[in-house]
Ligand binder design. Structure first.
Ligand code: 0L1
Ligand code: MG
Length: 254
């Protein structure tokens, strides 16, 4: 078994069982190319079990988080249908190691999108936009990881919830939003936190996915990135996002 397959198998099992593993590259020696190769192999494990690819997620999309990590670019991960959580439903916390949740805006595409595109070209490929939540769950013990490790771990992607799909022609550059737990506001933010405009995240997704020879497909969802910091979430909580003009999305953790 190659080292890529070996690490990918460990990460896939950790995600399936909700059990943490130790770091495999604590000094961060792996190249980003190697890290994404492991991520690709992790997602292939899911596809081998019959899960369909449904899109991509973007990570570290706020300038503050990028600088904090010493990064000059965003990171991305792959979404499969098994990660989608029906809006308003309840899910069992045992499937996670130690989950956190962040409010996002999601795009769904009406046509493929690839390469170096402009904002208007990206918008022309968007069928609809929606308020959304991402559940992130690092598979590493004590939430300690290097950049190659988090990329290999599918950018901590674990679940996502999509609210009502809305007309993409409204101005969504600076929509106010809150992340709420049991109806209490925990985080306040704006879609402008995503690289200044969420479309920039979609433009980056088109570039990065094409570089990986996996161009964005018609019908795919793009989770544009966290608009606030993520909050730890626990069993018994109802977690929701309220977004100006677009509405709400939520789920219960049991
Ligand atoms: O912004 C993101 O969705 C990436 C999250 C990866 C790091 C983490 O687990 O906090
Ligand atoms: Mg996110």
């Amino acid at each position: 078994m190659s080292q890529v397959t070996e690490i990918a198998t460990l990460l896939d099992q950790a995600a399936r069982n909700g059990t943490a593993i130790g770091q495999f590259d604590p000094e961060g020696h792996l190249s980003l190319e190697q890290a994404y190769a492991i991520q690709s192999a992790v997602v292939k494990c899911r596809e081998a079990r019959g899960e369909r690819r449904v899109g991509v997620k973007m990570g570290f999309t706020s300038r503050a988080k990028m600088l904090q990590m010493g990064l000059s670019d965003v990171i991305w991960g792959r979404l499969t249908e098994g990660m989608q959580i029906e809006e308003g439903s309840a899910i069992d916390i045992s499937r996670f190691v130690r989950p956190r949740c962040e409010p996002e805006i999601a795009f769904i595409l009406k046509k493929p999108l690839a390469g170096n595109v402009t904002g208007p070209q990206a918008l022309a490929a968007v069928e609809a936009i929606a308020p959304a939540l991402e559940i992130i769950d690092s598979r590493y013990k004590d939430f300690r990881f290097t950049l190659p490790e988090v990329i290999a771990d599918n950018a901590s992607s674990s679940g996502f919830v999509i609210g009502p799909w809305c007309d993409p022609h409204i101005d969504f550059s600076n929509l106010g939003l809150t992340l709420n737990i049991n109806g209490r506001v925990m985080q306040v933010g704006s879609t402008a936190a995503l690289l200044g405009h969420p479309l920039r995240s979609l433009v980056a997704a088109a570039r990065l996915a094409a570089e990986a020879n996996e161009p964005l497909q018609e019908g795919w969802i793009v989770m544009a990135g966290g608009a606030t910091s993520a909050d730890w979430i626990e069993a018994g909580q109802y977690i929701s996002v309220d977004m100006e003009r677009l509405g709400s999305a939520g789920f219960r953790l049991s």
